[in-house]
Ligand binder design. Structure first.
Ligand code: G6P
Length: 614
């Protein structure tokens, strides 16, 4: 949510900042801006709208200088206007200070009132401006000293960067609860809220910890803790390359990411399936055999799409590990006080590793003494670093705001974890071996599922003008129905509800009419007949039905086809792996529907890729 990029070195800052903002734009995109320095002059350029609006403005009025900070915003305080865009500038002349900020300053209104009482005039409605005004107020020739004083006054979360003509060759950064990394180059340094902003410039990064500050110049950088002591830094390699975050010939990131899934599902399994012991291995889980044996209960906590993967995980753990599992929205879990037994393992599921509620749920679990693990995509993210152990998805950057490949990778990892826990308990080597074979066949099945793209596009053409849609499934297909509905509403703005198919009779069936299509997930399986009865109930009320069925299932060929208005076939895989193939037509359906409705598929309105505020 919001992105920060800073540069100091021998090169012109503007193109580097803009390039980084473009890479981070998926995180927040309602306004963008930058500030550069030339000697004692500060050049501020900012615009409401996408980064494209800012670049057009920069063509008219370039921002010179080799030092600069920049920001792409997802509004929290104050509408998306030129004035509310970051950077925020305070002070006058060489005493000016420019600040960009991610996070929320919770006590900003009290601080603002105090400053206003001293005659300081505010220009924006943002919480961030109070930081800029406070730094300018405390500025006495040393930006670092002023930032230090101000941080002590702030309550809330921040990843921030500041520059001032008083210290024209410096950027000062600080973090508390909102990520910040230093990029280390040759004679140049970068600052970013996400290392993907630095792709193509440097692969060497230093992740700041909470309450750390950094000072960057071209030649050097230093990190300090809140006691003002120098911190020894650990320079790490960040190994995503330019190709990973480009569209690779696809018109949208989302479509590219949907089509990457055979590869990303394979990447999630690479090196983790152990055919000799018929189990799975995870290098970073950090569970010793005793902890593994003692684990009695699992809590899966997450937000959004990751939460839906968690529900699939619940079914997987129950079936294969025979362990009681609860799935909790992280935003609820963090404030509840549920009685949790000893020997409970909490697993946070998160693509970004930065979702504020998921991070808080993880911290709360650790505070209570539980083992808190993470299933995460972004290497080095806050949750990845704070968890006691975990599993990376290795899915590469997911840029489309609507999550697709992360979902299938999360489900793949959860299936392997269910195998791992199952084998440590009662699952036989025969069953383990069979699961391994089935998992190994997955990338091919996912590739075949993608062949439905043309059919799905045609169906989307037929139904894209609908105003409401229902998604129905049972058992393993229930979370997929939730995910299909979420995908559709996220990017096409069609109202959609996902429901356990039988539960439909308790409410949603009232919505059914000839203009309300329902998507039924009816792959081969234990509840096929039951779901078909629910499908019939919708048909009996004139509702159009699209069914997702298994290839080669004789009942699908006759029974489903004769009742549904449309049928999309996906490969026939074991029931517990069906979420991985049935999610694909739903992702594609949302994609094509959104396109047909003229929506911005990769950057849907009001959303952000990584929600770093509560
Ligand atoms: C946002 C994104 C969703 C994502 C959710 C959880 O809402 O738009 O796509 O599923 O956050 O994100 P996480 O990174 O924790 O998986």
């Amino acid at each position: 949510m919001c992105g920060i990029v800073g540069y100091v070195g021998p090169r012109e800052a503007e193109p580097i900042l803009v390039d980084g903002l473009r890479r981070l734009e998926y995180r927040g995109y309602d306004s963008a801006g930058l500030a550069t320095l030339t000697g004692d002059r500060l050049h501020l350029r900012k615009r409401a709208g996408r980064v494209g609006e800012l670049t057009s403005f920069l063509q008219e009025q370039p921002a010179p200088g080799c030092v600069g900070i920049s920001h792409t915003r997802w509004a929290t305080h104050g509408a998306a206007t030129d004035t509310n865009a970051h950077p925020h500038v305070a002070g006058t002349g060489a005493n000016q200070v420019a600040v960009v900020h991610n996070g929320v300053i919770e006590n900003y209104s009290g601080l603002k009132r105090q400053l206003e009482a001293e005659g300081i005039v505010f220009h924006s409605q943002t919480d961030t401006e109070v930081v800029a005004q406070l730094i300018a107020y405390h500025m006495d020739g040393d930006l670092l000293a002023a930032v230090r004083k101000v941080l002590k006054l702030l309550k809330g979360t921040y990843g921030l960067a500041a520059v001032s003509p008083q210290n024209p060759d410096q950027i000062v950064g600080a973090r508390l609860g909102s990520p910040l990394v230093v990029g280390v180059g040759e004679g140049e340094h970068f600052l970013a809220s996400d290392p993907s902003a630095l792709i193509g410039y440097t692969q060497k990064v230093v992740y700041l910890q909470d309450r750390e500050l950094c000072v960057l110049t071209g030649e050097d950088f230093h990190v300090y803790d809140d006691a003002e002591a120098r911190v020894t830094t650990n320079v790490q390699n960040f190994d995503w390359d330019v190709g990973d975050s480009d569209k690779g010939g696809f018109p949208h990131h989302m479509l590219k990411e949907i089509f990457e899934q055979p590869e990303t599902v394979a990447a999630a399994m690479r090196g983790r399936l152990d055919e000799s012991d018929q189990t799975a291995h995870f290098g970073g889980l950090n569970l010793d055999p005793q902890q593994l044996r003692q684990a009695e209960r699992v809590i899966l906590t997450a937000c959004g799409t990751s939460y839906h993967a968690g529900i699939v995980g619940e079914y997987l753990f129950e079936e294969f590990a025979r362990m009681p599992v609860e799935v909790e929205y992280a935003s609820e879990f963090r404030y509840r006080n549920p009685p949790i037994d000893r020997n409970t393992i909490v697993i946070a599921i998160t693509q970004s590793g930065e979702t504020a509620d998921t991070l808080a749920a993880l911290r709360e679990s650790k505070r209570k003494g539980h083992r808190a693990l993470a299933i995460c995509n972004v290497v080095g993210s806050t949750i990845a670093r704070e968890a006691d152990g975990g599993v990376y998805l290795h899915a590469g950057p997911e840029v489309g705001v609507a999550s697709t490949k992360a979902f299938t990778s999360q489900v793949t990892v959860l299936a392997m974890l269910a195998l791992f826990f199952g084998r440590a308990r009662h699952l036989s080597s025969l069953q383990g071996g069979r699961m391994i074979e089935e998992l190994q066949a997955l990338p091919d099945a996912v590739a075949r599922a993608l062949r439905c793209n043309d059919d799905v596009r045609r169906i989307a053409e037929k139904y894209h003008t609908a105003t409401t849609m229902l998604f129905m499934g049972r058992q393993y297909m229930y979370p997929v129905a939730l995910e299909g509905a979420l995908k559709l509403k996220e990017i096409s703005y069609i109202h959609a509800e996902g429901y356990p198919a039988a539960e439909m009779k308790h409410g949603p069936i009232a919505l059914v009419d000839t203009d309300t299509p329902s998507i039924f997930l009816t792959p081969r399986g234990s509840v096929f007949d039951k779901v078909m009865s629910n499908l019939e109930e919708v048909k009996a009320r004139g509702g159009p039905v699209i069914a997702i069925a298994s290839e080669g299932d004789p009942r699908a060929a006759d029974y489903v086809s004769s009742r549904a208005d449309e049928v999309v076939f996906v490969p026939d895989v074991p029931e517990y792996l069906q979420p991985l193939v049935t999610a694909i037509p739903l992702q594609l359906f949302a994609y094509h529907t959104a396109l047909l409705r003229g929506c911005d598929v990769d950057k849907p309105r009001n959303l952000a890729k990584s929600v770093t505020v509560e």
